[in-house]
Design a protein around this ligand. Structure first.
Ligand code: NAD
Length: 474
């Protein structure tokens, strides 16, 4: 109990320090924000090998995959912020309506203040440091809690912050759920959370106590529809990459496939072939340098449980292999004939197991998706514009990618985020900057007579007549 109090007091101290610093940061030039991001960029370049090592230690993530999915997206966020920050922070003039004649108005983007970032383990560097870039670009101070499931990366992020930032500007608090919960009671000016919908609800409830604004980057089941007109080879290759990269532990991985019954056979054959070509070493996934591992044994057991249950209910195994619990190795698993009532069709898979179900008519696939919570990503493979259009109009999801998987995440001009169960608010590039900024509306009135005077009391016959005339325009 005493130690809980000590921890709470130290978090309170960190929060108070960051709060005071946030007041100072409001007054500084944008060039100071750029200096911080430039230091961060240099640190990442200088420590690239350390980042590789930490991710390998945490879940055997291959270095080229670290470069492509952790380092590159983070450096790109920094580059975009450095290039665009002058424009993002400049006041945005807005036109005056006729009844506001004589006024001048603009939107001033101000820092929210002190922000809390809670990160997940699956892209532990990118999903902690990416939001940090947006928060710093918007002029905030930050308390960052990385995931306890990837301790090597968390320790490295802590080192990064002490190497390049004052502790009242960026403070990294390592630890698990208890650290998260102690931080969540504090009256932050914004909370940016990335993780599961279940924990997202806990975060939002805690934020409500202080009426703190939230960005919730959540997960769920992201479907891929493979239609009759799809290019089967391309669809199979792109789905294999989107699904099995990071060992299937990707929030926007295609969670399950809905394939047109007419092309299901050739599609599944091609998917197996492409998966082996991309991720195995002559058919062996365990010795391959291109294939990662599950983050911990809890997730290993959870994924195995989902797979066994589906098989016991009648799912057909199209691809699988020997697993190894000690090294947390699960090879790519592809299942067909998966019962819709199975757990694997109702819980986020978040691992290298891909259930496939077929449909006869596109309406069935759309109906199936619409009966589930709105996904973070939806993938549609088709050669027909009207089919793409139909799916776009008749479904709702945070993001859509047509004829590819997951690359929408990398496009910094697209806002990234979910909808309802898959998230609230957006991140990346300008959208990320906006999430960490207050859009302050500023109106400047002129002296002397103004059009607003027609609303002033005392209310006489003449003012009533003026109002009668005025309202006719609306
Ligand atoms: P998680 O929700 O278990 O944990 C995320 C963070 O919340 C961690 O830092 C953890 O310490 C903290 N946390 C866990 N339980 C908590 C509690 N009870 N109270 C307060 N804090 C708590 O998520 P995860 O397992 O790290 O990541 C996987 C999930 O994240 C998946 O659902 C995935 O789809 C989602 N995700 C979403 C995105 C996105 O950008 N939308 C990106 C990556 C992962």
């Amino acid at each position: 109990m005493a130690s809980d109090n000590v921890t709470h007091l130290s978090f309170l101290q960190i929060f108070d320090d960051c709060k005071s610093a946030a007041g100072r940061l409001r007054k500084e030039y944008v060039s100071e924000r750029k200096n911080r991001l430039t230091r961060l960029r240099k640190w990442i370049h200088d420590n690239r090998k350390e980042i590789h090592k930490a991710l390998y230690a945490d879940f055997q993530k291959p270095s080229p995959e670290v470069d492509a999915t952790e380092i590159f997206p983070t450096l790109n966020e920094i580059k975009v912020a450095l290039n665009e920050m002058d424009q993002w922070t400049a006041p945005k003039k807005v036109d005056a309506p006729l009844f506001m004649l004589g006024t001048r108005s603009y939107i001033q983007f101000e820092p929210k203040g002190v922000c809390l970032i809670i990160a997940p383990w699956n892209y532990p560097f990118n999903l902690a440091v990416g939001p940090l870039v947006s928060a710093l670009a918007a002029g905030n101070t930050v308390v960052l809690k990385p995931s306890e499931q990837t301790p090597h990366v968390s320790a490295l992020i802590k080192k990064m912050s002490t190497d390049i930032f004052d502790p009242d500007i960026v403070s990294v608090c390592e630890g698990g759920v208890e650290v998260s919960q102690s931080l969540l009671v504090l009256p932050f000016d914004h909370i940016f959370f990335t993780g599961s919908p279940a924990v997202g609800k806990i975060v939002m409830k805690a934020a409500a106590e202080n009426l703190t604004s939230v960005t919730l980057e959540l997960g769920g089941k992201s479907p891929a529809i493979v239609t009759e007109s799809a290019n089967i080879q391309d669809a199979a290759e792109r789905i294999a990459v989107g699904k099995f990269i990071n060992n299937g532990q990707t929030c926007i991985a295609p969670d399950y496939i809905l394939v047109d019954d007419k092309i299901a056979g050739p599609f599944v054959s091609s998917l197996i072939e492409k998966t082996k070509l991309l991720f195995s070493e002559e058919g062996n996934f365990e010795t391959s340098g291109s294939y990662g591992r599950i983050v911990n044994t809890d997730h290993f057991d959870r994924i195995q449980g989902l797979t066994w249950e589906a098989i016991s209910l009648g799912a057909k195994i199209e691809l699988d292999g020997k697993v190894d619990k000690e090294s947390k190795f699960i090879p790519p698993v592809i299942l067909t004939n998966v019962p819709k009532s199975s757990r694997i069709m109702n819980e986020e898979v978040f691992g290298p197991v891909l259930p496939i179900i077929t449909y006869q008519h596109l309406e069935e696939a759309i109906e199936y998706i619409n009966k589930k919570p709105k996904p973070l990503a939806l993938y549609i493979f088709t050669g027909q514009k009207h089919v793409k259009q139909k799916v776009l109009i008749e479904t709702s999801s945070g993001t859509v990618c047509v004829n590819d998987c997951s690359i929408q995440f990398l496009h910094h001009n697209l806002p990234f985020g979910g909808v309802n169960n898959s998230g609230i608010g957006k991140s990346h590039g300008h959208a990320g900057f906006q999430s960490f900024s207050n859009e302050k509306a500023v109106l400047k009135q002129k002296n002397g007579f103004t059009s607003a005077k027609i609303f002033y009391p005392p209310y006489t016959r003449r003012s009533n007549q003026l109002m009668d005339w005025f309202l006719k325009f609306f």
